[in-house]
Design a protein around this ligand. Structure first.
Ligand code: CTP
Length: 416
């Protein structure tokens, strides 16, 4: 087992503070020494004795305690990693401004350790331009932002802003520790050696959405998320800051991305719109359900009630790619995917040309899918076209290689 490292878990004052107990516990079980630094507001949501029992250490809150030992500097210097979970909108603003009016702010300023934050707030606060700008500032300084996810918030409302689950936060934190402590992984292709995407903010959707019919059933598709994950992985290893909007991935997401889990097409739309607001490049690799059931039953549909045939009425979902393309900031490049079962190469290309014209994106990755092609496989065979319908590149091989070819093409070429 690796030697114990010191992880400072900063807890700020949001209702999600109760979930921070899970984060602390996971690090302790992992064999790390955990020092909890909680704000006064955090202790209104979760008790100090609980945190002390779980962390097996005293919990620090007060800047003016332990002055003789210069506690904020001591904690900051001892940290191998700092994780702030939950990070409220207020604490994010303070971090972005470099404020140090409490022990946590001082500890963070006094530390050179990697910083991971897990935002948690209401959707309106997350989407507020001030928060968006603060998050962009923190990301530009190398802070790793985990989540937030989309889901049930504290009240009856649903939206983006829910703190990522403790296991997701811990996985991202351990990945950050690993990245900080080890020599970079060998690059997967020659073109990936250079961090040529450093400074870019890339948002990628991956996986397949699911539209619930009742509490136990859904309408879904066979996308595994592998190509979107390969794109995210390639972009991270080339130095980009990557947000992965993930709908039911069948394989684990790569380390180093900001993960935003979603379930339905509507959730994916909300998450993509929020994440894409300050993105340089948006890639819609997810398979999005075109329709959802008009009504979702509260109880399981019983065949005694439905009989020999069952008709389900569906309503069209928004086309996320069309919306993003129409409302994009200037200079943003948008890449769509086209999943087609057409077997004739020329006809496939024509379908792609029609699709890019309808979608309004800059590039389209045309991807043949079938019972044994495209989905859940490790290889892929794609044609990338631009808005004029011209072929920019073809790529065939592992999804990782295809990912690098797509990034090479859409980043180095000005959009058509
Ligand atoms: N897409 C989207 N929102 C939808 C449907 C699709 O954003 N409601 C995006 C996909 O992520 C992909 C592109 O649009 O980048 C094309 O998806 P595809 O399934 O190939 O095409 P559809 O638009 O669904 O059209 P059709 O089913 O007629 O082929």
């Amino acid at each position: 087992m690796s030697p114990a490292r010191t992880i400072v878990v900063g807890i700020t004052g949001g209702i999600a503070a109760y979930k921070a107990v899970g984060v602390v516990r996971a690090f302790v079980l992992h064999g790390d020494v955990v020092q909890v630094v909680a704000t006064d507001a955090a202790l209104r949501f979760v008790g100090k004795p609980t945190l002390e029992a779980i962390s097996r250490n005293p919990v620090h809150t007060d800047l003016y305690e332990g002055v003789a030992e210069v506690r904020h500097v001591a904690i900051g210097q001892s940290a191998d990693l700092i994780v702030v979970a939950p990070a409220t909108a207020n604490s994010i603003a303070k971090l972005a401004a470099g404020l140090a009016d409490d022990l946590l702010g001082n500890t963070i300023l006094a530390s050179t350790a990697p910083l991971v934050i897990a935002p948690a707030m209401h959707t309106e606060m997350w989407n507020n331009p001030a928060t968006i700008a603060n998050i962009a500032t923190l990301r530009s300084r190398g802070v790793i932002v985990v989540g937030p996810g989309t889901g049930q918030l504290t009240g009856s409302d649903v939206g983006a802003g829910r703190m990522a689950e403790p296991e997701t936060i811990v996985a991202a934190a351990l990945a950050a520790l690993e990245a900080a402590g080890s020599v970079a992984e060998p690059a997967h292709t020659a073109s990936a050696v250079e961090p040529d995407l450093a400074g870019m903010n890339i948002v990628i959707s991956a996986g397949g959405t699911r539209e619930p019919l009742d509490p136990v059933r859904f309408l879904g598709n066979r996308s595994s998320g592998k190509q979107g994950i390969a794109l995210a992985s390639a972009a991270v290893s080339r130095g980009a800051s990557v947000t992965l909007v993930a709908a039911h991935l069948e394989v684990p997401p790569p380390e180093g991305v900001t993960l935003v889990p979603v379930a339905t097409a509507l959730e994916l739309e909300t998450a993509m719109r929020a994440a894409a607001a300050d993105a340089d490049l948006v890639i819609m690799a997810a398979a999005v359900a075109d329709y959802r059931p008009v009504s979702v039953r509260d109880a399981k549909i019983k065949k005694e009630d439905t009989g020999d045939t069952l008709t389900i009425e569906l309503v069209k979902n928004p086309d996320v790619l069309v919306g993003l393309s129409a409302d994009r900031p200037r200079e943003q490049v948008i890449v769509g995917f086209a999943a087609e079962t057409e077997t004739d190469a020329d006809a496939l290309l024509e379908l792609g040309r029609g699709k890019i014209a309808r979608k309004g994106c800059d590039y389209l990755v045309i991807n043949r899918v079938g019972w044994s092609e495209g989905f859940a496989t490790d290889g892929n065979d794609v044609v990338l076209i631009d808005r004029s319908g011209d072929i920019v590149t073809r790529a065939s091989g592992t999804k990782m290689l295809v990912a690098d070819r797509i990034l090479d093409a859409v980043v180095t070429r000005p959009s058509a």
